[in-house]
Each structure stands twice: as C-alpha cells, then as structure tokens.
Design a binder for this molecule. Structure first.
Ligand code: UD1
Ligand code: MG
Length: 456
C-alpha cells in the first residue's frame, strides 16, 4: 500500500461561531473537531498529518502541534481559497511520496470507511477522488458533474454553476484524495478566475481531466460530512454523533430505555449487558463492564465501573474512580481517585477522594474523606471488610485497618488498627427530667412576659 498523508484545513476564522475559542477546538463527544480529523487520519494509517492554520492563531497552533507535532503545523498567510490552503502544506510534504487526503477540520464525523473508499478509487485508476453525497438541499455545495458511467467530469461551485448544473444533487463533501506529487503539481495550475476570485481545490478535477487522467467519486451519507459553522450546527453535529453512538451501543447489547437522554463521549466503552437508566452523562474516559447498572442522573468521567456494580441514582464518578465488581455507589456519592474494592458499598451522601476502599467495606451515609488541607492532598485507606459509621470524617492521611469499625459521627485523625473500634466524638450524657423542667421554666417565663436577656 502507498504511504498515506493527510492535509487538514483549519485556517478558517469561524466568525459565525461568535466564540473566543477557535472553531475547530470546539468539541463533539468530548473531543475537539481538530482531534477528530487527526484521529481519522490516524485510522486511515496516514504517516503524517499536516494541519493548515491561519496566521495569529496561537491557541490553535499550540493544540495542533500537540496532536501532530510542531513540524506538521503550517500557516496559510491569507485566506485565498481551499487550493491555496492545501498549497500551504507543499513545503512540509515536499519529500512525501504516496497518497494524500484533504480533510476539513470543521467536518468531524467522517467515518474511516468513507476515507478508505476515497483511497480505494485511486487504486482503481482514478487520479483524483472526492467524497460525494446526495444532498437534501444542495444549495451552497459544489456540484459533482459526472459522465454517464459515473466518472467525475468536474466540480462546479454553486456560485459558478449554470441553472442546469444547480439541479445536480450530488454534492462535494470537500474530502479529496490524490497522489501527493500530482496534487501539488495540479495545485500550481489552479487559477482564481471564478465568481469568488478564490483558488478552488475543486478545480483539481478538471485539471486532471485535461491531462487525460480519470477522476472518481466515492459516496457517503450526508450526515457523515456535515460541517460546523455556527453553535447551532455544532449542536446538530453533536446530535448526529450521540444518535450514532446510542444506536451502536444498543446494537451491541447495552440496555438504554431512554437513549435520547443519555450522552456519551468519543471514547466511552460500555460492555454488553450493562443497563443505563435515563439522564446519564458519560464524559471522557469511562468504561463499564458487563452487568453493571448506571442509574438515573449520574455523571461519570475518567472512571472504570466493574462487572455487576451499581452506580447512582445521582452518583458522580470523577477521574480515577475505579469501582470494583458488584460494588455499590449510591445517591449523592462523589468518588474521585479512589479504588473501591469488590462488593464494597457507599450508598448515600458521601465524598470519597484520594484513597482506597477495600473489598466488602461499608461506608456509611455522610462519610467524608477529608483529603485536602488547602495546600496538599492525602490518601485515605479503608481496609477490607471495614465498617465506617455514618457521618464520619476521615482526616487524611489515615488508615482504617481491615475489619476496623468506626463509630458514627467520628472525626478520625489517627490510624485505626485492624479489627479495632474507633470512636472519636463527644460522649453522650443523659440528664433525667431535664427537658421537662426546662419546658416548665420557659413557658412560665413566656406567660409572665419575663423575657430572658438577649431574647427577641
Ligand atoms: C467547499 C468546496 C465545495 C464543497 C464544500 C463542502 C471548494 C472551492 N469548495 O466550499 O465544493 O461542497 O466545501 O463543505 O473547495 N479554508 C482554509 N483556507 C481558505 C479557505 C478555506 O483553510 O483559504 C478552509 C475552511 O476553514 C473550511 C474549508 O477550508 O474548513 C472549506 O472552506 P469553505 O470556505 O467553507 O468552502 P466552501 O465554500 O464551503
Ligand atoms: Mg464551507
């Protein structure tokens, strides 16, 4: 197979986003649109991806350099059109031999199969191939003019199209594949004598045809090549992404009674046999093993949930939460950077941050791991089978030994030995008859109008 290269266009200003953030750094499924394009290039096996940015876009250049390496970030000085944008990668790819694919960084959901189909056309004799689709409303798209046998004759931009050409529903997605050397040769021939006065990448098709070379079209779905120009379109593309994942999850055996209320990230991993109740959000980095139930209104990020575990309703799992097999994390429990052992339970109203909970341990309602002193964070270790009574504060660093027992309402500041009982609270004193006498005294004072000093 020929070496593959990607040229990712990201120089657009994205003014219609009305956002201080560069357009292609907005996220779909928890991953920036730029990172989606780079991920696609990687899936296609591209050796290198060159990202074309505009001048004065330090935030974007920085993000691009992190993804593809600073040497693969190039600047298009002036926005002179898509051909000019691709041409900005000429120097960076001067030594490259193989096939290139042009991607728009504001079109994040192109499936790898579609890219493969575009490359496959090159293998079948086409010198240039574009990804096309049947547009519901083709108005602003470039039209693909084909011959009777389906070969691509030319691409006509809407502004330059005749009435007849405007009737064509087959539209250009913007994705184009061609041998690298040929692409840059043809780019040098592109002129800007068109309605917009821009250098059109799409002219490569006619230029190739002039040389007697063949051009082809690979087809894809319109929803796969939906671009983002505004916040509303960002939300639309997010919806397309979410609907796609929901569908795939259900096909692979995940039970989701209200899929439209559950939100996933690009990297969410859910095993078959998991149930996800309504209104659950999976931020990035979550995996859930078979038989687990994620109950309603839970939010998970950077967390692993083991087989058969029960999470929520209203649970929050933060990065580093590792919930063991059959463990229970109940309502209003927040877990961050804590490994919860097999079968352990924290069922109500707790904060477990930075530590370990051993297998079979029970964390009572209202338990807090006091992990932070305002400067540093410390670990709390609760041993296997330990029992922490309700409303306890475990002041880290601290260890409750295996099988240890903490009396309710304790503030534990010292380690508790295995199988010991720790009680760290005021002792209870009962005073017989005190309440009755108190009420008698106060009601008499109230009747006589004798207010105690300071009473309102
Ligand atoms: C382009 C295609 C059109 C296709 C449509 C699909 C051309 C001439 N036309 O039109 O056939 O149907 O996309 O959406 O290619 N960009 C730069 N530098 C530039 C100009 C553009 O980086 O100088 C980037 C933009 O940021 C954008 C992409 O290239 O991500 C496409 O540019 P845009 O101006 O949106 O092209 P369209 O007119 O939509
Ligand atoms: Mg566009």
């Amino acid at each position: 197979m020929a070496d593959r290269f990607a040229i990712i266009l990201a120089a657009g200003k994205g003014t219609r986003m009305k956002s201080p953030r560069p357009k292609v750094l907005h996220e779909i499924g928890g991953r920036s649109m730029l990172a989606w394009s780079v991920a696609l290039a990687n899936e296609l096996g591209c050796r290198r991806s060159v990202v074309v940015v505009g001048p004065d876009m330090p935030q974007l250049s920085g993000a691009a350099a992190k993804l593809v390496g600073a040497e693969n970030v190039v600047v298009q000085r002036e926005q002179l059109g898509t051909a000019n944008a691709v041409d900005a990668a000429r120097q960076a790819l001067s030594g490259a031999d193989g096939e290139a694919i042009v991607l728009y960084a504001d079109t994040p959901l192109i499936p790898a199969e579609a890219g493969e189909r575009a490359f496959a056309e090159l293998g079948k004799g086409a010198s240039v191939c574009v990804l096309g689709f049947e547009a519901r409303l083709p108005n602003r798209y470039g039209r693909l003019v084909t011959t009777g046998d389906g070969a691509l004759e030319a691409i006509v931009e809407a502004n330059d199209a005749s009435e007849e050409q405007l009737q064509i529903a087959l539209a250009n997605s913007g994705v184009m594949a061609a041998p690298v050397k040929l692409m840059f040769e043809l780019l040098a021939e592109v002129k800007n004598d068109n309605a917009k006065g821009e250098f059109y990448l799409t002219d490569l098709v006619a230029l190739a045809r002039c040389r007697g070379l063949k051009a082809g079209v690979a087809l894809c779905e319109e929803r796969d090549v939906q671009g983002v120009n505004s916040q509303a379109e960002l939300a639309q593309v997010e919806r397309v992404f979410q609907d796609g994942v929901r569908e795939r999850m259900m096909v692979t055996g995940v039970t989701i009674p209200a899929p439209e209320t559950v939100f996933f990230s690009h990297d969410t991993k859910i095993a078959a046999g998991v149930t996800i109740e309504p209104n659950v959000v999976f931020a990035t980095g979550v995996s859930v093993e078979s038989g687990a139930v994620i109950r309603a209104f839970s939010h998970l990020e950077g967390a692993k949930v083991g087989a058969g575990a029960l999470v929520g309703p209203y649970a929050r799992l933060r990065p580093g939460a590792v919930i063991g097999k059959d463990a229970h994390i109940g309502n209003f429990v927040e877990v961050k950077n804590v490994t919860v052992g097999e079968g352990a339970k924290a069922n109500h109203l707790s904060y477990l941050g930075d530590g370990d909970v051993g297998a079979g341990a029970n964390i009572g309602a209202g338990t807090i791991f006091c992990n932070y002193d305002g400067f540093f964070k410390y670990r709390t270790v609760v041993g296997e089978g330990a029992f922490v009574g309700s409303n306890s504060s475990l002041v880290a660093p601290v260890t409750i030994g295996a099988g240890g027992y903490v009396g309710s309402g304790s503030t534990v500041t010292e380690n508790v030995p295995a199988d010991a009982l720790a009680i760290a609270r005021g002792r209870q004193a009962n005073k017989d008859g005190w309440a009755k006498a108190f009420r008698a005294e106060k009601s008499a004072a109230k009747k006589s109008g004798n207010k105690p000093e300071g009473a309102l």
